[in-house]
Design a binder for this molecule. Structure first.
Ligand code: MG
Length: 451
C-alpha cells in the first residue's frame, strides 16, 4: 500500500527539479487558486484556531501576505464561486442561488471566466475539485475555459448517502465524480477525495509545457459530510472537522512542495481562501468564524469574511499582514494584470487588481462592498462602516433563521464582531450608506437568474 510519504515523493519527485522544462517568462507567473468550502475565518492556526494544526498554510502566510479583511461575494457556495470566476457580483451573472442536482441552471455562456481570460493569454488551465456552477455538460469547467477537469460538480451532501454532519438528500442521484465531461465514478469514496485531488493537482503542475499554468483547486471540504483520509482521521484535537482541515493543509503543503520541486517557486502566485463562512447549524461538524459574528448563509461578517493568504516569493514580501479590504472578485483583475491579459471591457467588473497590496506598495484604499443574499441587497460596507438593512441569524435559536431589526450600523475596525449598533448614535453615516445602497440597487442590472 502506498504511504503518505512515498506517495508524496512519487508525486513531487523532489530530487528531480527541472526548471529548464518550465521556461514561462517571468512576466507571466503560474497562478494557483485554492478555494476551501465552508472554511471559517477562525479555522486556521495562523488565524488563531487553538487546536487545528495548519503548518503549511501557516508557513505560506509567513512567506507571504495574510489578509484580515478579505471577503467572498456571497455567504453560500454557488454565487461565491461564480463571483470568483467572473470578477462580478453574482446578481450580474444570475448565479445568485445554490444549484442542486435537479437545477437546470448554470454559469451562462456569455460570462467570461478567469480561466478563459488566462487561457486567452497563453495559459494552460485545470480545475480540480468541486465546481458547483452547473452540472449539465454545457456548464462544466471544460466549457468555461479549463483544459481539464477532475472533481465533483456540486456539493458533497447532494447525495442520498451523505455521511457525518449532513442529512443527505433523497432527491439527489448518486454523487458523480467527473473527469472532463465523463462520469468516472458514482459515489466515490469521499475519504480519498482530498488525496486524489492532490494527486491531480500535483500531476498538472508537473506537466512539461512551455506555457504558464493556472490551477483552480476548489476543495470539496470542510463542507459536510466530513471525510478525512486514513492518515488524518482521529488525529486532530478538534475532532473530525479538524482532521479534514489538517488534510487540506497537507494538500496545500504538497502543492507548495511540488511548485518548488519543478523550480517554479519564484514564478508562482498561490492564493488560498474559502467560499463562505462556517456552517454553524452543523454544530461540531461546522467550523468557526473566530471573532466574527454568525456564519454561512448570513450577511454578518462571519458568513462572508474569509481567511486569505497569498504567496509569491520575490514578488510578495514575506511575513506581512494587511487590513486592506479586498474581495474574491479582485482575483480576476489581479491575475489578469500579472498575466498581461485583458480584463473584459464590455461589462461591469466589480473587482480591482490587488497587485499594489500584494507587493507591499499599498495598504489598501477605501472600498465599498455589497452584501447580497440571493437577489436581496442586505448590507453595505464603506470604509470601516457597515450598515445592515436586513439580516438573519442561523444559530441564535434552535428553530432556524430569525430576522433581527435593522438598520444596524457597525464600525468594523473597532468592532469586528458586530456587537455595538451605532445607528442611533451616527444617523449621518446611516443616511450616507442608505444612499449608497439605494444607488447600487438602482444601477445594478440582474442577469437571467439561474435556478
Ligand atoms: Mg461553501
Amino acid at each position: 500500500m502506498i504511504t503518505r510519504r512515498n506517495f508524496a515523493q512519487a508525486l513531487t519527485g523532489a530530487a528531480f527539479a527541472a526548471p529548464s522544462l518550465f521556461p514561462a517568462p517571468a512576466h507571466q507567473p503560474n497562478i494557483i487558486m485554492i478555494y476551501a468550502d465552508d472554511l471559517g475565518y477562525g479555522d486556521l492556526g495562523c488565524y488563531g484556531h487553538p487546536t487545528i494544526r495548519t503548518p503549511n498554510l501557516d508557513r505560506m502566510a509567513a512567506e507571504g501576505l495574510k489578509f484580515t479583511q478579505f471577503y467572498s461575494a456571497a455567504p453560500v457556495c454557488t454565487p461565491s464561486r461564480a463571483a470568483l470566476m467572473t470578477g462580478r457580483l453574482p446578481v450580474r451573472s444570475g448565479m445568485t442561488r445554490v444549484l442542486f442536482p435537479y437545477s437546470d441552471g448554470g454559469m451562462p455562456d456569455g460570462e467570461i471566466t478567469v480561466a478563459e481570460t488566462l487561457r486567452g493569454a497563453g495559459y494552460r488551465t485545470a480545475c480540480v475539485g468541486k465546481w458547483h456552477l452547473g452540472w449539465q455538460t454545457k456548464y462544466l469547467p471544460t466549457r468555461h475555459g479549463f483544459d481539464s477537469y477532475f472533481g465533483i460538480p456540486y456539493s458533497n451532501d447532494m447525495t442520498p448517502t451523505a455521511g457525518p454532519g449532513a442529512p443527505g438528500s433523497a432527491k439527489s442521484p448518486p454523487l458523480p465524480l467527473y473527469r472532463n465531461e465523463e462520469v468516472l465514478e458514482r459515489e466515490p469514496d469521499q475519504s480519498r477525495l482530498t488525496e486524489r485531488y492532490t494527486a491531480e493537482a500535483v500531476g498538472f503542475i508537473r506537466q512539461q509545457s512551455r506555457k504558464p499554468f493556472f490551477l483552480y483547486y476548489p476543495q470539496t471540504f470542510p463542507h459536510v459530510p466530513l471525510y478525512a483520509g486514513a492518515k488524518f482521521k482521529g488525529k486532530s484535537l478538534r475532532g473530525l472537522y479538524g482532521d479534514v482541515v489538517e488534510e487540506i493543509d497537507w494538500s496545500v503543503g504538497e502543492i507548495l512542495r511540488t511548485v518548488k520541486a519543478v523550480g517554479q517557486d519564484g514564478n508562482t502566485l498561490i492564493v488560498f481562501s474559502s467560499d463562505n463562512g462556517p456552517w454553524l447549524i452543523r454544530k461540531e461538524f461546522g467550523g468557526s468564524a473566530g471573532l466574527l459574528r454568525e456564519g454561512k448563509g448570513t450577511t454578518w461578517d462571519g458568513g462572508m469574511r474569509e481567511p486569505c493568504i497569498a504567496r509569491w516569493p520575490g514578488r510578495i514580501p514575506a511575513g506581512r499582514t494587511t487590513a486592506a479590504v479586498a474581495s474574491t472578485m479582485d482575483m480576476l483583475p489581479t491575475f489578469a494584470a500579472y498575466a498581461g491579459a485583458q480584463v473584459p471591457k464590455d461589462r461591469e467588473i466589480d473587482g480591482q487588481s490587488l497587485a499594489p497590496v500584494l507587493e507591499g506598495k499599498s495598504e489598501g484604499w477605501e472600498r465599498t462592498l455589497y452584501y447580497w443574499s440571493d437577489t436581496e441587497l442586505r448590507a453595505v460596507r464603506k470604509g470601516p462602516w457597515k450598515l445592515h438593512v436586513r439580516t438573519n441569524n442561523q444559530v441564535d435559536q434552535p428553530g432556524g433563521a430569525r430576522d433581527v431589526n435593522p438598520p444596524l450600523l457597525y464600525h468594523l475596525e473597532n468592532d469586528p464582531s458586530e456587537k455595538y449598533d451605532l445607528a442611533a448614535a451616527r444617523p449621518e453615516i446611516v443616511k450616507d450608506l442608505l444612499a449608497v445602497l439605494d444607488q447600487h440597487k438602482q444601477t445594478t442590472r440582474f442577469g437571467e437568474l439561474q435556478r
